[in-house]
Write a protein that binds this ligand. Structure first.
Ligand code: NAP
Length: 258
């Protein structure tokens, strides 16, 4: 009889989740399902069984974990997706499911960089100040409405999906990373940007905007991350997460022991 595989629910929505999902496509002894929120029209997906849309809060996620006999829940959502991460921690606790959070390290300012660090979008909008500025927002689409409270600035908004509400006159740039240093410098100079607002997402794919802002004399307003749920074990790299899962694979399903 074939040994029972390690059943994994992988909460996606990031490059790390995609890479881990792709690594699990061929992984013996591990049966993973990849879950996306369903908010991006054309998400990049691994060749794994995929489920889309919310679970219906903690109770819905806990029900899914029980119904599908999930052994390991891997939260590889974006560091700013605090709602699903809190739900994952609570549902794992309720059901006794092992939880791993995959979080790329936050960016740190270089020795020649000065960031204006803020806790949330309302504080970021306020940090722009009273003088009209030329502001590039690279914060996704969901929290753009916070900047309607500071309508005296000129905004360029880079995102994948249209925001619900934008400040008057804002221009939308529909662009997907990775972004390269030279293109980022060109963008900042072309529009005479004086302030960049970004979330501290971490990762290499979008780091070049910080280098470009520093070299073009553009002020950086950095929105810091919400805290991670304390109960999760954390992997900062995909390889580390994969090794963590392999260690939990039932011995009988481990090809090295066959
Ligand atoms: P959120 O506020 O933490 O989550 C809102 C709700 O969306 C959750 O309560 C859950 O609904 C559902 N959800 C979120 N991620 C899910 C997943 N992987 N599978 C199934 N349902 C999910 O999250 P968000 O900030 O809106 O982000 C939504 C998705 O976009 C996440 O998967 C995240 O990784 C990705 N993303 C977010 C950002 C960001 O800056 N926030 C950036 C890039 C990508 P129920 O309560 O009904 O289960």
């Amino acid at each position: 009889m074939a040994p029972e595989p390690l059943r994994v629910l992988l909460l996606g929505g990031t490059g790390e989740a995609l890479a881990l999902g792709q690594a699990l496509e061929q992984e013996p002894g591990i049966a993973a399902v990849y879950s996306v929120a369903g908010v991006t029209r054309r998400p990049r997906l691994p060749r794994l069984p995929v489920r889309r849309g919310g679970f219906g809060g903690v109770a819905g996620l806990a029900g899914y974990l029980r119904q599908h006999g999930v052994h390991c829940l891997v939260d590889a959502t974006h560091p700013f997706a605090a709602g699903i991460s809190a739900n994952a921690a609570a549902a794992a606790r309720q059901t006794g499911t092992t939880l791993l959070a995959v979080r790329r390290p936050a960016w740190q300012p270089g020795p020649d960089e000065q960031w204006h660090r803020v806790a949330d979008m309302a504080a970021a909008a306020q940090a722009l100040g009273p003088q009209p500025g030329r502001v590039l927002l690279t914060i996704g689409n969901q929290e753009v409405p916070a900047f309607c409270a500071a309508p005296h600035h000129h905004y360029w908004i880079r995102c994948l999906e249209p925001p619900e509400r934008v400040p008057p006159g804002a221009r939308i740039l529909f662009q997907r990373g990775p972004f390269h240093y030279a293109d980022e410098c060109r963008l900042l100079r072309e529009h005479g940007i004086d302030t960049l607002v970004t979330k501290n997402a971490g990762g290499a794919a979008t780091r070049s905007k910080l280098d470009a802002a520093r070299d073009c004399g553009v002020r950086i307003v950095m929105v810091e991350r919400p805290p991670d749920p304390p109960e999760a074990e954390v992997a900062t790299e995909v390889e580390q997460a994969l090794a963590w899962l392999r260690r939990r694979r039932p011995a009988a399903a481990d090809p090295r022991l066959g």
